[in-house]
Structures are given as C-alpha cells and as structure tokens.
Design a protein around this ligand. Structure first.
Ligand code: SF4
Ligand code: F3S
Ligand code: FES
Length: 235
C-alpha cells in the first residue's frame, strides 16, 4: 500500500527555516514507522537524518513525535499510525535543539542523567562473589530498571519545556533505580541533588511522561516515592 508522510526538516548548519517534506511510501500495515523512514532514506531522499540502531525497542535512539505524540519509531506499527491519520507526520523530539531533520542534540539530557549519579555507589570492600540481594529487595526498584533513556518522557513534559533547569522524569527514574537498591550507599547524595531547584518538586504532576514512556514505566510513582523518601525516610 502507499502512504503519505510529512517529515519536519531542519539543518542547524544552514539555519534556514524548518519546513515539511512530503513523501509517498510503499509500505505494509504490519511494518513499523521506522521501516517507512528507512524507505524514504534508502529510496527517495538520502539526505534525511534520523537516529536508529537496534530496531527492537532496546537502544532508545529513535524516539520521535509521530502523529503529534512521542513514540519509538521502531515500535509503532503503520496500522496503528493509520488509525489516527491518513497522512503520517514525524517530527523531532520537543524541547531539545534540532541538529538536522529528526536528530536532536541529546547532550543536555545526558548531562542531567549524569547529574543524578546513575551508577552503584558502595564504599565497602568488594565481596568475593556478588553483592547478595533478596527478591523482595530487588522488587523495590525493579519497575524503574526497564528505562532505555529514550527521552520520550522528558520531552513530553511541559514543565521541562518551560524550565530548562528541571532534571526531568528520565533522570528521576534513573535516580530511583539506585536510591532504592539495597546494595547502594549513594542514596542521600542523590536525594540532596533531587531536593534542589530543578529536582523532584519541580514536577507539576502533568502525567504526559507516563503516557509517553514506551516501556510502560510508572514514572509518577517513581517521582512520588523519591519525594516520600526525601521527606519521611532518612535511612
Ligand atoms: Fe524513555 Fe520511559 Fe526511560 Fe523516559 S522512563 S527515558 S520514556 S524508557
Ligand atoms: Fe512532567 Fe510527568 Fe511531572 S509530565 S510535570 S514529569 S508528571
Ligand atoms: Fe532502538 Fe528503536 S531503534 S529503540
């Protein structure tokens, strides 16, 4: 079948105004939107720029605004997209500078990720085997471990668009993953960072982030639990 696509294009090197390019794509309903972007690049316009790698929802590199909502292009089927609109629109993530076409500058996003110390902190001598953890202890943070750092949540958040200091939901999810890990000893350091301006209290409970997450992470639960720990549990 043939499907019409409209792609938002821009080149920061020329700084010419952003514009929409139109393409007719030969595609099947069971293909993904990423297949359509590949078709355009490989057959119609090799200058099109977009990120992709795994094509299976694991690497997090192809989060895009598809039909007005944040999605992973490799997980969103053409038949789902066509239920919403006959003409499929694809735009870069909102709130980040656009480098070229659908590619945004993620440096600010990863700087905020690094700011919450997203790694195990433990000052004790390493055990000879693994650091043991019970199933119950693991369950405490298990729901934040599937994050693939795609930025779909952060770039769907109006608070993030308005306040560039806000660390954003993705950074809080990553902090949660370590704060509640029984093997980690850096919780208080992270909580101090998240208590500052731009931290968890900047969230206005808009909930766009939950809807945008392709991994189904309950992001507002993570934000709530970090706040609760900060306010009521000093252990
Ligand atoms: Fe992507 Fe979900 Fe992680 Fe946000 S929490 S970066 S939407 S996987
Ligand atoms: Fe933004 Fe999600 Fe909070 S959309 S305001 S981080 S609930
Ligand atoms: Fe890796 Fe889509 S290409 S998540």
């Amino acid at each position: 079948m043939q499907v019409q696509f409209k792609l938002k294009r821009f080149n920061s090197e020329t700084n010419a105004k952003a514009y929409w390019s139109d393409h007719t794509v030969e595609i099947e309903p069971t293909d993904r939107v990423l297949d359509a972007l590949n078709f355009i690049k490989w057959n119609l316009d090799p200058t099109l720029a977009y990120r992709r790698s795994c094509a299976h929802g694991i690497c997090g590199s192809d989060a895009l605004v598809i039909n007005g909502r944040n999605r992973l292009a490799c997980k969103f089927l053409m038949k789902q997209a066509l239920k919403e609109s006959k003409v499929i629109t694809v735009e870069p993530l909102r709130g980040f500078p656009v480098l070229k076409d659908l590619v945004v500058d993620m440096e600010g996003f990863f700087a905020k990720y690094r700011a919450v110390k997203p790694y195990l902190i433990n000052h004790e001598r390493e055990p000879e085997k693994e650091r043991a953890q019970s199933a119950e202890q693991h369950a405490r943070f298990d729901f934040t471990t599937p994050c693939i750092l795609c930025a779909a949540c952060t770039t769907s958040c109006p608070t993030f668009w308005a306040d560039k200091e806000y660390l954003g939901p993705a950074a809080i999810v990553q902090a949660h993953r370590f704060i509640f890990d029984s093997r980690d000893q850096g919780g208080q350091e992270r909580l101090a960072i998240l208590a500052d301006s731009g931290g968890v209290f900047t969230c206005r409970s808009i909930f766009n982030c939950v809807e945008a997450c392709p991994r189904g992470i309950d992001i507002t639960r993570a934000i709530y639990e970090v706040r609760q720990k900060m306010l009521f549990d000093k252990t």
